[in-house]
Write a protein that binds this ligand. Sequence first.
Ligand code: FE2
Length: 374
Amino acid sequence: MNIEGIEMSDSLGIRKYDYVEFYVGSAKMVAYWYAKALGLKIEGYSGPETGCRDRISYYLTQNNLKIVITGSLQPSTVEVSNFLNLHGDGLKRWAIEVDDVEKIFNHAVKQGAVIQRRPQKIENEHGYITEAAIRLYDDTELVYINRDNYKHIFQPGYDKPIQDIQLTSGDAGLIGIDHIVGNVRENEMDKWADYYVRTMNFETFIDFKKGDIGTKYSALLSKVVRSEKSTIKNPINEPYEGEKKSQIEEYIEQYHGTGVQHIAIKTGDIIHTIRTLRENGVEFLNVPDTYYDTLRAREDINIKEDIDELQKLKILCDNESGGYLLQLFTKPIGDRPTFFFEFIQRAGAQGFGKGNFQALFEAIEEDQGLRGNL
Ligand code: FE2
């Protein structure tokens, strides 16, 4: 069943988001957090028991959300250990499901994409997958994948989990990925937006210019690119000069490079989602109560949800001509103030909550100040 109702691919054969993979210090413990805190199901496992001796991966899912958590087993697994040494836990790659890996890869490379992995067929007794990857940002990969001819868990090398850590604590109602956001350095945003446009026929959808987003202390510029059918949406942020250090600069400094800042996960019922995640101990950015006084006074939004309930759970709301959206951001999930998640419910709005950036910036600056990074 296709829960998002995406039926057709676009002219380059792009279907939708597939999986995302994080490199982490201890895959078993991080997988435990995703199972226990986000309520994902540990569906697959790859490690020495399945014939992979240098790394361990857990494959977790809920509806269309597919997350792989990978840790290194050997100092010689430099691809993983060098990444961790430099960046800390972070997002190494995200994948797009496509009709034809070779076709889109060849197109992207012809248009200037940096080759990470040429198309390859990976097979076992259950069939095969095809995949290839191009480079994104400093040290991130964009993977093209097709698994139409594979009839087992995730991809060859994966099997049922052997450890008994099925600790899901209730379905938080997560549907799939809504958008993935990259943080880049000053003057790099246009270059990366153009990279998506050239290599995958994306179009620039929203452009936040100087003065659009920021507090008196720090600011950012942001451009959103999307695929022809809008199934893939990627905002790109760069810092903009302010009196103090912007959150984008803090990310780049602490991550030691550019990379993915956050992934927004879709939900059909954000009140249920945030309530469940808060019960599970997920930490969210603080939203001041005054935010809801302003929200109640706004006459331009016809919110179906109970605002008292939104206030209790500190969920943000923003409107657009087409409708509104509800969203909330976690605090950074790892040790460094780098990667975080967003949860989003769209009621007609296609944007990214520009009106909430102010509240978001203030909340992040408060935490940045506590870390001594402002
Ligand atoms: Fe977002």
